[in-house]
Design a protein around this ligand. Structure first.
Ligand code: GLN
Length: 313
């Protein structure tokens, strides 16, 4: 990245302005309802948080309201799995964009049960398998990991969302059994899915998420505590995968218009990593194309463009 990003005179008032603009625009999209518990979320909630590497936190709207992190959990899972494995991990899950929906089954059979990347559901289920086989209590380990990163002991999973997805998770079960038939799942499918649904059901706010992922903007070291969370090569790799696959089939367009490593979730959240600057997290429940939240995409886009944050400058 060339130079440091332009600092707005008052970051919080810029965020307030962007949230207000987004509220005025037609809402568009629909709250995810294929997990019934998610459909109960109030759709007009909208928040953004920017956490800089020096620890400053800027917020607007519902930035402190916890929401279902869903696929954003795949970043934490991947970082944990990478810390317990070596490069053989990349024989079980690849590093290519899928060009398919996040829960697509078709490609997986053609490609012999090896998912395209760790951010589509099939890839994240392989990562969940790594976690269930490498940790004696993987769900507890996952919670401890995110609580530690966010510095907040009260973070937990929403058990209604967890149960709801378990009951309606047939497509994820299909992906897991197909991969098991190809020998790419080691543990019992039920245990792997239980872990996967649990991590997706964790609730965190925009501020929690932006704080907890700050190490990705800082070459693997968590700012503040200076604790090394992963090596610089792993941080680079996670950011590279976020850039190419984090927004699913909209990753190309997101790179084209925003230019930041980012990850969305069907709970309506998006995190975007700005290397050497900080992390942005926006949240708005209604989703549009490709399962990405429309208003959250638009406020992150505006913020990144106005400040010239793209990594491709
Ligand atoms: N739990 C969701 C699922 O498996 C996660 C998908 C997402 O957030 N894109 O379908």
């Amino acid at each position: 990245m060339e130079g440091t990003p332009k600092q707005p005179k008052n970051c919080s008032s810029l965020l307030e302005e962007l949230v207000e603009e987004a509220r005025q625009a037609p809402r568009g999209g629909q709250v995810a309802d294929y997990i019934p518990a998610l459909a109960e979320v109030e759709p007009d909630q909208l928040g953004i948080a920017v956490v800089e590497l020096d620890g400053s936190v800027h917020t607007a709207g519902d930035a402190n309201v916890p929401f279902s992190i869903q696929s954003i959990s795949k970043i934490f899972g991947l970082a944990m799995a990478m810390s317990r494995t070596d490069d053989t991990l990349w024989e079980r899950v690849r590093m290519e964009p899928s060009g398919q929906a996040f829960n697509s089954v078709v490609q997986l059979e053609w490609e012999h049960g090896i998912p395209r990347n760790p951010f589509i559901n099939a890839g994240a289920i392989v990562i969940a398998d790594v976690l269930t086989s490498r940790y004696s209590a993987s769900k507890t380990a996952f919670l401890q990991y995110v609580r530690h990163l966010a510095g907040k002991e009260s973070i937990g999973a929403d058990h209604r969302v967890w149960e709801s997805e378990k009951q309606h998770g047939n497509r994820n079960a299909a992906l897991a059994y197909l991969m098991k038939s190809f020998g790419n799942i080691e543990s019992e499918v039920s245990a792997v899915l239980d872990h996967y649904f649990f991590q997706c059901a964790v609730s965190m706010s925009c501020v929690d998420l932006a704080k907890s992922l700050s190490f990705l903007a800082n070459k693997g070291v968590q700012p503040g505590s200076d604790e090394r969370i992963c090596d610089a090569r792993s941080a680079h790799r996670i950011n590279a995968l976020l850039s190419t696959s984090g927004m699913y089939d909209q990753s190309g367009e997101f790179a084209f218009t925003v230019g930041l490593p980012a990850k969305s979730g069907v709970g309506g959240g998006i995190v975007a990593v700005v290397p050497d600057y900080g992390v942005i997290c926006a949240w708005s429940p209604p989703l549009i194309r490709f399962g990405n939240p429309a208003r959250a995409v638009s406020i992150i886009t505006e913020f990144a463009q106005r400040l010239g944050l793209s990594v491709y400058h």
